[in-house]
Design a protein around this ligand. Structure first.
Ligand SMILES: Cc1cc2nc3c(=O)[nH]c(=O)nc-3n(C[C@H](O)[C@H](O)[C@H](O)COP(=O)(O)O)c2cc1C
Length: 410
């Protein structure tokens, strides 16, 4: 048993997990998931949707888990959904189809699995799998945002080869079963009494927008996901969280204070005001290094010009400013670098006076901007280094908050 599996075993052993399987071509991977969960000592009961049962049969899961398998809400011989809701400690829906995400987000109860989801008050994680165009649909994005706001967890999907021949690669592939089990274990891990409880923290998230004229701006691809995952992890540890975020497409995380800003200068002002007396600042925003020296009042006209020169001036480095006078605040920086070399991250850690810096390689397809997963290296000011992921950004956030706790005074 590897160290990672042993850790998961400690969390999942004896836990009662309902594994809901949707009608995706990835349904066959649910068999590996069931086997892994049983392998780390979980008790697993499988619920197949009608569509899933056309891909994989109940006998397979009954054999793997040694437990009855439910499919039909009106089948009197299987355990009823209310009894199964009482039995379970956690739910894992994998693969979660677009259809299941939509039904669960709406609170429909039109088959066994969705009725069980409504009857079950405990933690549930969804691991979606679908064609990348389906995953990008606004309807699917809305369902995912609703599920998140309702406190459901999302694991993946990840970038990679998609199921059907000729589909190519894309963002929509089911996370690997090992990664799903690790993410579930991290979600269910009992949290030691946390030093962040009752403390005030500031998290920055998303990009900034630097206007060039009345309609154009300079920005970057930051989605805000990593910052929001940190805010939720800190909130769930009892911290009073303020998020200062640039313009993002995501719904604001529930139960945290959110200040919306647009430019780097606005973000600096908000962060400086909020950081005073805060226990920690997590600077996950991708603040633009530059802004236009002058913003044109109207809209630039093409005017037949073949070239246009934009003069840029450097924006202030918000975190470095805080680092010059930290006043006991734990400072956590992020270094999104193109490539795996840690030297630049270490230089920033020292130069800015940070306690830790989180390095991620934005060239990696399952890390960085616009994806649900991340893989990072956490560098501490005393030289300690930890590699995390690839994992769902929420699981990565938990690891970063754990690392920051080390520097928080009792
Ligand atoms: C061969 C095949 C593969 C499919 N793969 C997926 C998939 O990966 N993801 C998805 O969301 N839907 C997929 N579908 C569509 C779902 O099976 C369909 O939406 C079904 O209604 C889902 O039902 P369920 O959510 O109750 O499991 C696939 C359908 C077929 C026929």
């Amino acid at each position: 048993m590897s160290a990672a599996t042993a850790g998961q075993g400690a969390v999942l052993s004896g836990r009662r997990v309902v594994l809901g399987v949707g009608g995706s071509i990835a349904a066959y991977k649910a068999a590996s998931l069931a086997r892994l969960l049983v392998g780390v000592g979980a008790q697993v009961r499988v619920v197949l949707t009608g569509a899933a049962a056309r891909f994989v049969g109940p006998a397979l899961f009954a054999g793997l888990t040694g437990e009855p398998v439910a499919t039909d809400l009106f089948e009197p011989r299987t355990i009823d959904h209310i009894a199964l809701a009482r039995w379970a400690d956690a739910g894992l829906v994998a693969p979660a189809t677009a259809d299941l995400l939509a039904r669960a987000a709406l609170g429909l109860a039109d088959d066994y699995l969705t009725t069980w989801l409504l009857a079950f008050p405990g933690p549930v994680a969804f691991a979606p799998a679908m064609n990348h165009r389906m995953w990008e649909q606004p309807a699917v994005r809305r369902a995912v945002a609703t599920l998140r706001a309702d406190g459901r967890h999302l694991i993946g999907p990840v970038y990679g080869p998609l199921g059907a021949p000729g589909e190519g690669e894309g963002h929509g592939r089911l996370a690997e079963p090992e990664a799903i089990v690790a993410a579930l274990a991290s979600l269910l891990a009992p949290r030691a009494p946390t030093r962040f409880a009752g403390r005030r923290v500031v998290v920055t998230a998303g990009p900034t927008r630097e206007p060039l004229d009345a309609v154009r701006f300079l920005s970057n691809r930051s989605s805000g996901r990593m910052g929001f995952a940190l805010a939720e992890a800190l909130r769930d540890r009892g911290a009073a969280v303020t998020v200062v975020r640039g313009p993002v497409a995501l719904a604001d995380p529930p139960r945290v204070r959110v200040l919306g800003v647009e430019t780097a200068l606005e973000m600096r002002e908000a962060v400086r005001a909020e950081a005073t007396g805060a226990a920690a600042v997590f600077a996950a925003a991708a603040v633009s290094d530059w802004r236009a020296r002058a913003v044109a009042p109207g809209k630039w006209k093409r005017g037949g010009a073949a070239e246009r020169t934009i003069e840029l001036v450097a924006n202030p480095d918000i975190l470095a400013e805080l680092g010059r006078d930290p006043q006991g605040t734990v400072l956590v920086g992020f270094a999104a670098e193109a490539g795996g070399d840690l030297a630049e991250a270490r230089r920033k850690l020292d130069a800015k006076g940070l306690h830790l810096i989180v390095h991620n390689d934005v060239l990696h397809p399952d890390a960085g901007f616009e994806v649900e997963t991340n893989r990072v290296t956490i560098l501490h000011r005393d030289g300690a280094v930890a590699e995390v992921g690839p994992l769902h950004k929420r699981a990565v956030a938990e690891a970063i908050v754990d690392a920051a706790e080390r520097w928080l005074p009792e």
